[in-house]
Ligand binder design. Structure first.
Ligand code: ATR
Length: 274
C-alpha cells in the first residue's frame, strides 16, 4: 500500500487529501493520503517518523515550505530556484525536495486561457512570500521578459528580486499605476482570502487585454476577480493552481500522471465555495 500525506500547521483546511484520494480511487490504487498537523518544533522528528513508517512522500504546506529544505537530502533544480519545497519524495530513506507550485500556476493559465502567449510579456506580481517565488519563477521560465514586484514590506520584495533576473520592485502604494503596462496581474498575497482583509486595488490602469489571476481560492471569486470580470478582463481563479500542482506529486508516488477532470474540478470547487 502506498502511503502519502500533506504536512502543515494548521492543516484541517487542506483540500489535498480529497484530490489525491479522488485519483487513488479513479486509478484503483491501494493507497492512503493523510493530513498531518505538524508544529514547527516537531518537524524534524515527525518527518523522520514518516520515513520509518514507509511513506512514499508528502506534500508540504504553510509554514514548512522553506524549513523542510534543511531536512532534504537532495533538492531538485526547480525547488532550488524557487527557494521552497512543496513536494517531498522518500527514496531509500532519503528525502528529495521538489516544487510543483510553479508548474501548477502556469498549467492553470494554460488550461483556462489557452490562447495566452507567455513570450515577451510583462507581469505585475503582488506579494513576496513563497507563493510569489513560485509565480515569478514560473512566469520567467514560461517566457515572460519582465516582472514588476510589489509588496507591503518592500524589503521582502527586494530580497526576492535579487534571486531572479528581470524583476524590478516598486512601492506597494504605486501598485495601481504599475498596472499600466502589465499583460498579466497576479495576486499572491493573502489579501482577499476568507478571514483576511480585502485587497484594495483599482484596476482601471490595466490594459484591456490583461489577464488577472488570483492564487486565493477561498472564496473562489475574490473581489479582485470580480472587479476584473466587471471590467471584462480575462480572469483565472486559484483553484486550478491547487489542482495542477498536485499532478506531478501524485505521479511521483504512483508513476501515474493524473488528469484534472470535470468531476474533480466540480468536487473541489464545491468545497472552495462552501
Ligand atoms: P505564502 O507562502 O503563501 O506566499 P507568506 O510567505 O506568508 O505566504 O506570504 C504572504 C504574503 O502576503 C506576503 O507578501 C505578505 O506581505 P509581507 O511580506 O509584507 O508580510 C502579504 N501580506 C500578508 N498580509 C498582508 C496585508 N495585510 N497587506 C498586504 N500584504 C500582506
Amino acid at each position: 500500500m502506498i502511503k502519502a500525506a500533506v504536512i502543515g500547521h494548521p492543516i484541517s483546511h487542506s483540500l489535498s487529501p480529497l484530490i489525491h484520494q479522488y485519483w487513488f480511487k479513479k486509478h484503483n490504487i491501494d493507497a492512503v493520503y493523510h493530513a498531518l498537523d505538524i508544529a514547527p518544533a516537531d518537524l524534524n522528528a515527525r518527518v523522520h517518523a514518516l520515513i520509518d513508517d514507509g511513506y512514499a512522500g508528502f506534500n508540504v504546506t504553510v509554514p514548512h515550505k522553506q524549513k523542510i529544505m534543511q531536512l532534504c537530502d537532495d533538492i531538485d533544480d526547480t525547488a532550488r530556484a524557487v527557494g521552497a519545497v512543496n513536494t517531498a519524495l522518500i527514496k531509500q530513506g532519503r528525502i528529495i525536495g521538489c516544487n510543483t507550485d510553479a508548474y501548477g500556476y502556469i498549467e492553470n493559465i494554460k488550461n483556462n486561457a489557452p490562447s495566452f502567449d507567455f513570450r515577451n510579456k510583462r507581469a505585475l506580481v503582488l506579494g513576496a512570500g513563497g507563493a510569489a517565488r513560485a509565480v515569478v519563477y514560473g512566469l520567467l521560465d514560461a517566457g515572460f521578459s519582465h516582472i514588476t514586484l510589489t509588496n507591503r514590506t518592500q524589503e521582502n520584495a527586494q530580497i526576492l528580486a535579487r534571486d531572479f533576473k528581470n524583476v524590478d520592485v516598486v512601492d506597494w502604494n504605486t501598485r495601481e499605476k504599475a498596472c499600466i503596462d502589465a499583460d498579466l496581474l497576479t495576486n499572491t498575497t493573502v489579501l482577499g482570502m476568507k478571514g483576511q482583509e480585502e485587497l484594495p486595488m483599482d484596476l482601471s490602469y490595466l490594459p484591456d487585454h490583461a489577464l488577472v489571476c488570483d492564487i486565493v481560492y477561498k472564496p473562489l471569486h475574490t473581489t479582485l476577480i470580480r472587479n476584473a470580470q466587471a471590467r471584462n478582463l480575462r480572469t483565472i481563479t486559484g483553484i486550478g493552481m491547487l489542482l495542477h500542482q498536485a499532478r506531478p506529486a501524485f505521479a511521483a508516488w504512483t508513476n501515474i500522471w493524473p488528469d484534472v477532470d470535470e468531476a474533480l474540478i466540480d468536487m473541489i470547487t464545491a468545497r472552495a465555495l462552501s
